[in-house]
Design a protein around this ligand. Sequence first.
Ligand code: ATP
Length: 511
Amino acid sequence: MASKGEDQFKKIISHCKEYGFIYPSSEIYDGLSAVYDYGPNGAELKNNIKDYWWKSMVQHHENIVGLDAAIFMHPTVWKASGHLEAFNDPLIDNKDSKKRYRADILIEDYIAKLEDKIQKEVEKAAKRFGEKFDEKMFRETNPRVMANREKIESINSRFVKAMEEERLDDVKALIEELGIACPVSGSKNWTEVRQFNLMFNTKMGSLSDGANEVYLRPETAQGIFVNYLNVQKTSRMKLPFGIAQVGKAFRNEIVARQFIFRMREFEQMEMQYFVTPGQEKEWFEYWKKERMRWHLAMGIPEKFFRVHEHEKLAHYANAAVDIEFWFPFGLKELEGVHSRTDFDLGAHQKFSGKKLQYFDPETNKSYVPYVVETSIGLDRMFLAILSYAYNEEKLEDGSERVVMNIPPALAPVKVAVLPLLKKDGLPEKAREIFDRLKYDFNCHYEEKDAIGRRYRRQDAIGTPYCITIDHDTLKDNSVTIRERDSMEQDRIPIEKISAVVAERIDIRPKK
Ligand code: ATP
């Protein structure tokens, strides 16, 4: 699966603005770097993604409950979680372009190029050998693939070791040895690598009475950890159980140039699943599969995703995967599934001096549960959907259209109600239909312009169904329903519109 390219990415960004999905923040003041506002269609799409996630977590799992914790938390939370000490990114500046980069991302991008080379070899060989092609064997035996694989592994292990040992000089040496150049100036004239803490801070209370330094949370998870006993007790939960939350998080990202992929203010959808120690690997496998099922249930093909197992784990994790997505600018992390052991609860127990143990009624023992978490960026999911959905099509009649193939269940507008003409009683009939349908779906009513142009406008925002009211409607109470992707049209009775649309946009697993 090749990336659709930077050109495609630019088109998506301008389409987002033109059609009311996303605007730069404070645009009349020339924007604010890596901060964005969601327009009318964007707000709908974002709410639908959130809703789809929330329902599949909270409503479909008897043992998962929701939480809405505050953004501000006691400052000691961030000491316990390690964010004050270690939530750093290694940054490096290019002396010629004065551009700032994350050292780890420069290295990651270099590795991605090697991965690309491997992929090209595989694709070439697949073409050459046709049906007989054994990809696994090829990857394990082809000398060029093997050499690149070895190179990737050695870069990875050197980088991880340097970071673990806080040898930032070696990270710089690695960048120099690999000959990595600044994409802007093309020069290899780098500064030293420095650590940069990503948390935003502010003051709580008036300065005169000794204001406290507080932080804007860099992840939602800690709100769940510190509330775990409250929730467990008040909801009478037994292990295993989960707590789900959607909320804002803030990171003072160094490199913030990829639209809503990396923002300074963003939203996360996180779920922490509390399990008996020893059972975490099983649940980790469960959530890995379950999260992929969630992604695929929307109808985005599997080739857009890759499950990437972490070879080197964070010190608190005993298993971790990234669910990656082919964004127009390459394969990048969309979601993380992590087995975090008792690291977080253990740390909060230590720093707060409060017991955070679970009393297991079956064994009569108390212990700190282990945690398996799933963590996905809502905005990144939004971008993944747009990246998949934005398509330019050449039609049979030679014309072109831009269509957003947004999974129908998530589309901002589900149905557009369109009278064919602005006369002969058609608008009145159409309004009648609209006024009924609006209780079931988010609908648009539109009577301006020729029908073809109205269809195009709905295609461009991803409306899956258009209902057209014509003269026959007045005679036999039937309408035309046009499907966005195939552009096929059917005739259906007015009283069936709601049921037909509901069935077609249903995302439930088919029996
Ligand atoms: P990255 O390596 O891309 O910085 P991360 O590994 O730091 O991400 P996590 O801390 O695991 O990310 O956060 C979980 C999820 O939150 C990510 O998978 C991503 O979808 C989302 N996320 C993290 N940082 C941002 C950001 N700055 N803007 C938008 N989404 C983000």
